[in-house]
Design a protein around this ligand. Structure first.
Ligand SMILES: Cc1cc2nc3c(=O)[nH]c(=O)nc-3n(C[C@H](O)[C@H](O)[C@H](O)COP(=O)(O)O)c2cc1C
Length: 190
């Protein structure tokens, strides 16, 4: 069974969700809400499972061609280098056609006070495909909030994309905050 590690400083067993070959892809022909997510150490994946069940959404997990190291500090080092050089990680390119979706939820960790690098790659490459849609981010963090998430979404999507309020929770409080998360999700029901 996959071991899920929690939070900052956690050293994983090398089976981080981002490194598994079987990424989650739950795609239908008829649903109008899609969750696109990246989760390195499992916290966002758990939030996604909860949200997908509550809202009955499709789900697509982003994959990076070169998965991040399981060591936390090595990950921070690589992530910093990518950010400082604007050299965002290359994604596995099997992103589904987004035409059928009206609402797209983006779930991701916060890295350096901004959406984790793979989500940034997604927005850089596919942000224009969110034209005319409603989008919202939900994230986990280690206690410092969602940083500049809203600004990043605004800059990397067309002007007629509606950006709804985001939800970010400290990962250690995710389970005990399920009521709050549930309420936030309820207002997204379409
Ligand atoms: C490279 C890196 C940078 C991080 N930077 C921040 C940060 O700036 N602020 C924060 O609150 N947490 C930060 N964290 C902690 C993660 O946001 C937190 O552990 C999150 O729950 C991980 O989600 P995941 O398990 O879905 O990968 C960072 C973690 C990593 C690996």
């Amino acid at each position: 069974m996959r071991k899920i590690t929690m939070g900052r400083g956690a050293v994983s067993d090398g089976m981080d969700t981002n490194a598994t070959e079987q990424r989650t892809r739950e795609l239908s022909n008829d649903k109008h809400t899609l969750i696109i997510y990246f989760s390195r150490s499992g916290n966002n994946e758990k939030q996604v499972r909860f949200a997908a069940q509550k809202l009955e959404t499709d789900v697509y997990e982003l994959g990076v061609k070169n998965p991040y190291p399981s060591d936390y500090f090595a990950t921070v080092q690589r992530a910093t280098e990518e950010r400082e050089s604007n050299d965002w990680p290359e994604l596995i390119e099997d992103v589904p056609n987004l035409d059928q979706y009206d609402l797209i939820l983006l779930a991701h960790p916060i890295w350096a006070m901004t959406p984790a690098n793979p989500m940034r790659s997604f927005l850089e490459e596919h942000g224009s495909e969110l034209e005319g849609k409603e989008i919202a981010s939900f994230s986990t963090n280690d206690g410092y909030g969602s940083g500049d998430t809203q600004q990043v979404l605004r800059v990397l999507t067309p002007g007629n994309t509606t950006i709804l309020n985001n939800y970010s929770v400290r990962d250690t409080q995710a389970e005990s905050s399920r009521n709050e998360f549930s309420k936030w999700l309820s207002q997204l029901k379409r």
